[in-house]
Design a protein around this ligand. Structure first.
Ligand code: AMP
Ligand code: TRP
Length: 325
């Protein structure tokens, strides 16, 4: 199957990004044709620093590799190095009703938080272009991206009905556990890299930082360690994170923790995360010294993606009545 997914280069990659997206990518890369993209054009729709931007993009490619994406198996590349993403986005804009863009949850959130611009509104159209350009069959993402992938499906269907069968209609793939990791400082909100550093665990936090952040994580009233999202959102979130990294079922963890305190759960979770994240940290340090190697991977990735994108755009231009030269 053809797989496409991406992460924005701004902010630190956290355990939510890992469990919602990257963990799936690692499992999928063995048996599928995968494209994993650093979506730099998406990131510039909200405030960022142009001076450090390229460095951040490079760092995210290192994150993909450190987390276990294998460049021999998957195509890793920067979105802006394949110009067809922007071209297809423009064409898809013409078949996307404005009303559908205005009702996107992330648009509503972002346009409240930042000064509004057309890029924030058109963000999901560019995402649809990313996906449809490669005739993607499966899009592995976290829960928050489901609505955007649904829109990409609608855009594909609409385009196909106007201009004839052109795009594969993709499917979204969301895991049962880990698709929505919550913030450590407010467990009723999604863990987000644009929030305060104490609210998330980065994939590369030091053992000291992990322990400190977990010990400060908001818990609930009562003493019992029980998964109950409504009444115990803090403890439920810690149990979910424990489950993701131990690969144990939540019921099993509840049983093990039956006579233990909230503090015991936090201590055990901090030790588990330290152990599981240590290899990522080591690999990242090693790769940070090999910039040319990483640049070469991105260059080769872009070349491979470009071949596929150019071929598809030729077909698309023909379908919509534009010239192809
Ligand atoms: P972003 O950080 O918005 O670029 O998201 C990159 C990927 O991580 C997307 O597939 C998101 O759905 C996923 N993701 C982001 N935040 C979380 C979270 N708190 N829990 C699970 N998945 C997440
Ligand atoms: N919008 C996604 C996010 O913020 C990132 C993204 C851009 C993406 N293009 C994509 C994800 C295509 C999957 C497929 O998480």
């Amino acid at each position: 199957m053809r797989i496409f997914s991406g992460i924005q280069p701004t902010g630190n990659i956290h355990i939510g990004n890992y469990s919602g997206a990257i963990k799936q990518w690692i499992d999928l890369q063995d048996k599928n044709e995968c494209l994993f993209c650093v979506v730099d054009l998406h990131a510039i729709t909200t405030p960022y620093d142009p001076e450090t931007f390229q460095k951040m993009c490079m760092e995210k490619a290192i994150v993909y590799l450190a987390a276990g994406i294998d460049p021999e198996k998957a195509i890793i590349f920067l979105q802006s190095s394949v110009k067809e993403h922007s071209e297809l986005c423009w064409l898809l804009n013409t078949v996307t009703p404005l009303g559908e863009l205005y009702r996107m949850t992330q648009y509503k959130e972002k346009s409240q938080k930042h000064k509004e611009n057309a890029g924030i509104l058109n963000y999901p159209v560019l995402m649809a272009a990313d996906i449809l350009l490669y005739d993607t069959e499966v899009v592995p993402v976290g829960e928050d991206q489901k609505q955007h992938v649904e829109l990409a499906k609608d855009i594909a269907r609409r385009f196909n009905s106007y201009f004839g069968e052109t795009f594969t209609v993709p499917k979204v793939q969301i895991l049962k556990t880990g698709a929505r990791v919550m913030s450590l400082s407010d467990p009723t909100k999604k863990m987000s890299k644009s929030d305060d550093e104490d609210s998330y665990i980065s994939l590369f936090d030091s053992p000291e930082k992990i322990r400190k952040k977990i010990s400060r994580a908001v818990t609930d009233t009562g003493k019992e360690i029980k998964y109950d999202k409504k009444n115990k959102p803090g403890i439920s979130n810690l149990l979910s994170i424990y489950s993701i990294f131990s690969e144990k079922k939540i019921e099993e963890i509840e049983k093990e923790m039956k006579d233990k305190s909230y503090k015991d759960l936090k201590d055990d979770l901090a030790s588990l995360l330290t152990e599981k994240l240590e290899p990522f940290r080591r690999k990242k340090e090693e790769l940070s010294k090999r910039e040319i190697y990483v640049q070469e991977i991105l260059k080769k990735g872009a070349e491979r993606a470009r071949v596929m994108a150019e071929e598809k755009m030729e077909e698309v231009r023909k379908k919509v009545g534009l010239q192809n030269n």
